[in-house]
Write a protein that binds this ligand. Sequence first.
Ligand code: ATR
Length: 292
Amino acid sequence: SLYGLKEQGRNTAVLGIVGNPVSHSKSPAIHNAALQAVGLDAVYVPLLVDDMPSFLSTFTDLDWVGLSVTIPHKQAALQGASEVDPVAQQIGAVNTLVRQADGGLKGYNTDWSAAITAIERGLRPGLKAATDAATSPLSGKTVVVVGAGGAGRALAFGAAAKGAKVVIANRSVQKAADLAAQLDPPASACSLDELASGAVKGDVLVNTTSVGMQPQVDDTPVPAAALAGYELVFDAVYTPLHTRLLREAAEAGCAVVTGDTMFVGQAEDQFRLFTGVEPPKGLMSRVVLDSL
Ligand code: ATR
């Protein structure tokens, strides 16, 4: 934690994002804006890392307070953490490492919490308190998670933790079935064709694939005809903000939640974990939206 740093003021604390590639990341811009705004003596830098285990063994010697972790190092970050949050453990991926008092690194996953909170607020506007499986607006709903990669895992375990029934739809059905079997209770799995045909239906649809991302903005993971009847559609893609999936979902009468909420929310949650300080409301979101 950076608590007390401002008073100390001698050594600038260092934070960073490790990934490969990492140069395109908006994380340094948004974290530095927030660090500056709250007046902490700290800097956040991009770190292009190839070999995560060897990086982490060096990192223990440094007086760095925390790291964001992105592709392809989220599994290695989990392996390298001295302690891991239980949901991050289930997901099998850590996107946040926070220095502990004993020098170790605790691993968290803020991808799922940010996306799930944004979806919960979309279902129940004005929702403030943290929810569990008994109080979440997702409880009892059927959530169709499109994609079975890292983001799909995060959303699937997150929705299950909130008491939702989960369906995993993926291009590779075997990968969907493998993920579905890991959930407790097990989720069901289907192909993208079954989803497109309308044979599989739900209340909330979540796209975690890259389909529809710039420059392929005319693509969509789920055709318009299959969107009728969903209460809410969330797209993790945020370039562009209003993907074809979300435009067609809005036309079909669904509430829509844009992917910037997941990206901004995971960064805000990381900032809280790194610093113990609340990020200025709306600041990270403005920096991200200005950069799009
Ligand atoms: P992430 O960590 O962002 O989830 P990932 O682990 O590489 O990324 O997973 C990518 C996901 O997007 C997978 O579910 C992948 O489907 P497959 O498992 O069948 O490969 C999905 N995906 C990527 N490109 C796709 C495309 N053109 N059509 C359909 N699904 C696609």
